[in-house]
Every structure is written in C-alpha cells, then in structure tokens.
Design a protein around this ligand. Structure first.
Ligand code: ZN
Length: 239
C-alpha cells in the first residue's frame, strides 16, 4: 500500500507532472471566481507557502486541523532549514480554512480524471483555484491543500508543479488523530520536495524522496536533491 502510493506518484511525475495533469482538467474553471466568501480580505505576501484546509460543508469545524496542519508545515520548514541552510516562509495564520461548497461525499464520488485515486484531491484543488484565484503552478505562491474527505483505500494525494494536494488520512494525521506524527512530517517533506521540483528516487536510498521518508526524521536530501531545490522553479522562495 505504502509502496503503491509512492509508485503512483512516480508515474505521475514521470508522465507529465501534477501541474500539467491538473491544468488539463482545470481548463476553463481555474479563473472562474465562484462564491467568494472564503477569500480573505487581502492575499498573503507572495513568495510564501500558502496552506489550505478544505472543510466539506457537512464536516464539523475542528481546530485541531488548522493547528495540526500548521504544526506539520512548521516541522517541514525546520527540516528544510536543517538540510538546505535555507527554508520557505509560512503565513499568519499558517493555514487558511476554506469552507467547501459541497458535502464530503461529493468530493469523494465526483469523477475528475481517469484515476479515482485523484478525484478527492483534484476536486479540492479545482475549488481552491476557483475560489481563491490561484493557478497551477502559481508563480506567486507554492500551495498546499488538504481536505477532510477520502474514499478509503482509493483516494490519495501527491505533489508537483508548485502544489501539494493531500486527502483525509493526511489531514487526520496532521490533526494528531492518525498515529505517529513522523509519518505525516515525512510525507509532507516528500511532497514538498515534488512541489519544489524534485522527482521520486528510483530506490529506497535514505533520502526523503524515496520510501525512506517513512523513517523520518532519519532521512536526508542527497546533494543532487539539494541542488535541485536550490536551483528549481521556487528557489526564490527560500531564504
Ligand atoms: Zn513521490
């Protein structure tokens, strides 16, 4: 299962990358602002990482989600600083809560592409793009979206092209209700690596871009991976 998830991501990265895949699906809707109630008064500074928790309309608000996802981002921020000597900036609040237009089941059951694995997170991303006027990729922000919806054993997430999109089990993990936090820290470090432009490792090599992220914090970026991030499309986001 765990290996399968990493394989799926590898396939995605190897074919077109998530952004390219997503933009095909999102044509015509990305700029269509609908229901602007969730849009904050002012956008946060550019060159930062924006983080969203999308709460489906029938999922109860729970402060553990924004607080916990913020904690995961802060740990990933610390790890990047440790590994690279520079890191990314978060905003205040670190996590923007977005109330979904639909109930949880809609995100799970509404087709969005050929592979049901991606439906929940693509449906989330599409709504975030429309509501907040975001793009994929977006040169202004690197974006992380997590949604409290998941069809068990089917849904999953990934990263690439300036985005990380994650489903219910990662959101629950961030909130502290799904086991060891190191699993969720390592997962975020891995997906952010994709968002910053890195591919999956081809074997379990001790780096967080391989299944070694399951051993977090006992994994480290290789020099090639460090160079890839520091010379990648979001290099100016790091200081
Ligand atoms: Zn991956």
């Amino acid at each position: 299962m765990e290996t399968c998830r990493i394989t799926r991501r590898a396939v995605l990265t190897a074919t077109a990358g998530m952004a390219a895949l997503g933009s095909g699906l999102l044509t015509g809707t990305a700029e269509a602002a609908t229901g602007s109630t969730a849009k904050p008064a002012a956008d946060p500074p550019t060159g930062t990482v924006r983080v969203f928790w999308l709460r489906p309309s029938d999922v109860a608000y729970d402060q553990r989600y924004p607080d916990g996802i913020a904690g995961v981002m802060q740990e990933a921020q610390r790890f990047y600083k440790q590994e690279l000597g520079v890191t990314f900036k978060l905003n205040n609040p670190a996590v923007e809560v977005v109330t979904g237009d639909h109930p949880r089941s809609w995100y799970e059951d509404t087709p969005n592409g050929d592979d049901a694995y991606w439906w929940v997170v693509f449906n989330m991303q599409q709504e975030l793009l429309a509501k907040l006027g975001l793009r994929a990729p977006d040169s202004r922000w690197l974006c992380v979206g997590e949604i409290s919806a998941e069809k068990q054993g089917v849904s999953g997430g990934g990263g690439g092209g300036g985005w990380v999109i994650l489903s219910g089990h990662d959101a629950d993990g961030g909130a502290g209700t799904n086991g060891d936090m190191n699993r969720w820290y390592g997962g975020m470090v891995h997906e952010l690596g994709h968002a910053f432009g890195l591919p999956d490792s081809t074997y379990t090599d001790g780096t967080p871009m391989s299944a070694s992220f399951y051993s977090y914090p006992n994994c480290h970026f290789s020099q090639d991976q460090k160079n890839g991030i520091l010379n990648g499309p979001y290099r100016t986001f790091l200081s």
